[in-house]
Design a protein around this ligand. Sequence first.
Ligand code: ZN
Length: 131
Amino acid sequence: MTRTSITEVKCEKCKTVYEAEVIDHVDLSEDREIIKLLKTGKANRVQCSKCKKVMYLNRSIVVNFDPESCIVLFDPKARTNAQKEALKEDYHNVITFNEILQEVGEETEFTVLSNLGKFKDLLDAYMKAHS
Ligand SMILES: [Zn+2]
């Protein structure tokens, strides 16, 4: 299931602040169309309500590679190992408080990626294995 949320975006052209729907979580087994967008780093496209300027947001997305037991958090901003470790810790904290998630979490490999090239390789491999 694709989960979205509403976030505030500031237009880089006219500086208008507006609200836009962004993708937080994608399940690849249910949404193949999004793979193309993820591969180009353009999954989160927003458009300014005033001047119509289109921007692609540089924010994190959780991708479930179901049926493979692999969850990838793609965050282009998580450049350092310390940032990646912090994100992993957040993930483990979340699943520890939820019994269902805990069960899933024990069997699932959780990876934090910031490199679009590596992320693209994983998506290509997934496409090959499950097309
Ligand atoms: Zn604008």
